[in-house]
Design a binder for this molecule. Sequence first.
Ligand SMILES: NC(=O)c1ccc[n+]([C@@H]2O[C@H](COP(=O)([O-])OP(=O)(O)OC[C@H]3O[C@@H](n4cnc5c(N)ncnc54)[C@H](O)[C@@H]3O)[C@@H](O)[C@H]2O)c1
Length: 261
Amino acid sequence: MTRLRDKVAVVFGGARGIGLATVKEFLAEGATVYASDIREPAEEIDGYRHSTVDATDESQVDAFVREVIAEQGRIDVLFNNVGIHLGKPLADTTLAEFDNIFALNVRAAFLGTRAVLPHMIERTAGSIVTTSSNGGVMGRPGDPVYNATKHALVGMMKSVAVAHAHQGIRANTVNPGAIDTDMLRGTLASAEEFEAKQHQLVASTPAARVGEAWEVAKAVVFLASDESRFVNGVVLPIDGAKAAGAMPGNRYSLDFELGVR
Ligand SMILES: NC(=O)c1ccc[n+]([C@@H]2O[C@H](COP(=O)([O-])OP(=O)(O)OC[C@H]3O[C@@H](n4cnc5c(N)ncnc54)[C@H](O)[C@@H]3O)[C@@H](O)[C@H]2O)c1
């Protein structure tokens, strides 16, 4: 498959989960891929460069982007995927936790986007895709500050789209629902807790299942490719219809039977 043939793609947060799945899909579609993460990749894959970059560090982000441009002469695709979760009621969230999650989730996408924008403006071409969440378009009771960061990313990408569409630049978000990754599992204390939580996630997802990382990656490929060349400033849910509307009461009742509030 060659939907990204001749494209140079930069990925922030590419070592595991949705990021790593996207690296694989980008490679399968013929892209030249420069991935980065604060950690080493969870799997060894041939055919791309992985660099250790803290996406919240201005000088590291700028240097990484400069290096790709120096080697390849261009960047066609930016995928801002770095994120951490915070599953706490607002009243229990400390100021340090609030500052930390904004300094990671929002700052990383800001730095990545700012680093590539002048180059994309000069070339009058480029696709920026940022991972938000279905918590970026709807309220959820369990993770209000995380959701605030994900709403911020939607606002940032829409604004970049409006500001730079006339210069050939696109900026869109993918908004996953519950996806089976380390993040989803890592927020839970044990395998038993994950099993119990899965019932809740399934009950609140019209598709009645959690998603897989590759299902998000396929949507990122679409937004990165020229197939979506007139798609700009959109929020693309990949969530089994979770953000599309309220579930019937009988499905919610499953949560209550399980004692999950
Ligand atoms: N899994 C889900 O259910 C879900 C749902 C909605 C949105 N998301 C979003 O998807 C994105 C990817 O999450 P995931 O589920 O694949 O989780 P993940 O934890 O597997 O991936 C997050 C990646 O970000 C990297 N990272 C964290 N801090 C970093 C830093 N300072 N610099 C560079 N890299 C850093 C991690 O090392 C990791 O590789 C996140 O933005 C997350 O908020 C996930």
